[in-house]
Design a protein. Structure first.
Length: 251
């Protein structure tokens, strides 16, 4: 009798241990996502050629400290940032869209508080200084099946950061803007696909990005897929993965 009673108790204890393991794993995952890293994917082509549609990357949550937007569901527990540090010019960051914080954007920080920025004839000026660009030929950008021929440049920011950008043209108002003065507590963000990016140049859209809205800095690609074929053509999956982009740092 003693043996037959022990078996249900052992099964119950096993279930309790399994539930504890699942709970602990869930808590660890939430903690990592909150204070360390969070995965994001790229749905549009505004950051081509740095980031492609179908890229998956990790964002470091600790890079600029923590705000309410560092937490799952963005609860309004506090305002501003704790353990905060400003981003560097040239960082690629994920932030909450100022007009709708439920939407995530990813752009490159080109302006810091107090900076004066202007685009003239397609070229970026920061505090009156031209950010020189060096031509690298042409580039065919694929934005969700829409292919565009652009000119590829390497742009140099005043702090020495060099990164690639795409340009289709140098005319139009987005290439000849007003002068922007970045307010305190804000940054100015632009997409690397300069003529196909809704960014801080659009004051009635993205505009100046509050520091509080920064989620984190893009660090490394952990997966990338072209998705040219329908999902059910599973035999094509190995050929759609961009193997050369896996574990590639984001610059």
């Amino acid at each position: 009798m003693a043996t037959s009673k022990a078996k249900p108790r052992q099964h119950a204890n096993a279930w309790v241990e399994n539930i504890k393991t699942i709970l602990y794993a869930g808590l660890i995952a939430v903690a990592v996502r909150t204070v360390a890293f969070e995965p994001f994917n790229i749905p549009s082509g505004s950051m081509i050629p740095t980031l492609l549609v179908g890229d998956y990357l990790f964002v470091s949550k600790y890079s600029y400290g923590y705000s309410r937007y560092s937490l799952p569901f963005s609860p309004p527990l506090f305002h501003g940032r704790i353990f905060g540090s400003p981003p560097n010019r040239g960082d690629v960051v994920v932030f909450k869209y100022p007009r709708d914080p439920s939407v995530d954007y990813i752009k490159r920080i080109v302006g810091l508080p107090g900076d004066r920025l202007q685009v003239k004839e397609g070229q970026l000026y920061i505090n009156g200084e031209l950010c020189p660009r060096q031509t690298e030929g042409t580039y065919v950008a694929d934005d969700n099946g829409i292919k565009m021929m652009s000119r590829l440049y390497v742009e140099s920011l005043p702090n020495g950061v060099r990164h690639k950008i795409l340009k289709e043209r140098d005319d139009g108002w987005v290439n000849n803007t007003q002068e922007y003065v970045v307010p305190a507590g804000h940054v100015f963000a632009m997409g690397d696909n300069r003529d196909n990016s809704a960014d801080s140049r659009f004051l009635d859209g993205v505009g100046f990005v509050p520091m509080e809205n920064l989620v984190g800095r893009a660090e490394i690609l952990f997966f990338s897929i072209n998705a040219e074929y329908p999902w059910y053509e599973f035999w094509q999956w190995p050929f759609e993965i961009r193997w050369n982009r896996l574990l590639k740092p984001v610059h």
